[in-house]
Design a protein around this ligand. Structure first.
Ligand code: PGA
Length: 252
């Protein structure tokens, strides 16, 4: 059966000391946690190795917010998948809408990053989602189908099995607007159907699909109760240990 996950995407927040403190506060709060939700902290690159050293808890893994689509070499400013893995990351976000919007990430570059991540033992968390305009024009399903097709469906079934998908409606990210539980469930079920059509029912049933977009302690329960919502990718609310832990506890 698929794994429940709550991942905290810190984005470009928290200096090094603050980041270490936040990770330790989450670890401390989860000391007696008995649930079965996997927790992933996704700090800025430069925090990863230190936090890895300090983590004692098996339920917390680390992820990175991006990786290069190149293997290695003269690419000033880039960070490779191998560097991330060797620093202690297990996961990497690919295609977050902020990367698509501000840094020209495309479905094609996402496919390259997913390949390179998998080659380096990182599990990609592939982000998809429509903008407000696309939703208003009834293009949500078309956009997501294209993102899945070009970004992820070139993989063979075995590789696809290492992916986590995050549905993040762009209009809900950092805006305080959340998809209703019905809207989230509808798109999650659609994504699962696409996976079933491309691969098979078993792979579709085993794929973890996270919801992201203004998820917080007061709406997490109802979102995570939807049959196809397996957890969340949390931005703003992951920056406070108490709120983040409440969200983890809501993922039963
Ligand atoms: P948010 O961000 O929770 O602050 O809306 C989610 C995300 O971008 O992953």
């Amino acid at each position: 059966m698929r794994r429940k996950i709550v991942a905290g995407n810190w984005k470009m927040n928290k200096n090094f000391q603050e980041g270490v403190e936040l990770a330790m506060a989450v670890q401390e709060s989860l000391k007696d946690y008995k649930g079965n939700c996997k927790v992933i902290l996704i700090p800025p690159f430069v925090h990863i190795a230190k936090i890895r050293e300090l983590l004692e808890n098996d339920i917390i893994s680390l992820g990175a917010q991006n990786c290069s689509n190149k293997d290695k070499g003269a690419y000033t400013g880039e960070v490779s998948a191998e560097m991330l893995w060797s620093s202690g990351a297990d996961y990497v976000l690919v295609g977050h809408s902020e990367r698509r919007q501000y840094y020209g990430e495309t479905n094609k570059s996402c496919a390259e990053k997913i390949n390179i991540a998998l080659d380096n033992q990182l599990m990609p968390i592939y982000c998809v989602g429509e903008t407000k305009e696309q939703r208003e024009k009834n293009e949500t399903f078309k956009v997501i189908e294209e993102q899945m097709k070009v970004g992820a469906f070139a993989l063979d079934a075995a590789d696809f099995g290492h992916l986590v998908i995050a549905y993040e409606p762009v209009w809900a990210i950092g805006t305080g607007l959340t998809a209703t539980k019905e809207q989230a469930q509808e798109v999650h079920a659609f994504i699962r159907k696409l996976i079933e059509k491309k691969y098979n029912k078993e792979i579709a049933n085993n794929t973890t699909i996270l919801y992201g977009g203004s998820c917080n302690p007061s709406n997490a329960d109802e979102l995570f109760a939807q049959p196809d919502v397996d957890g969340g990718l949390i931005g703003g609310a992951s920056l406070k240990a108490d709120d983040f832990v409440k969200i983890i506890q809501a993922n039963k």
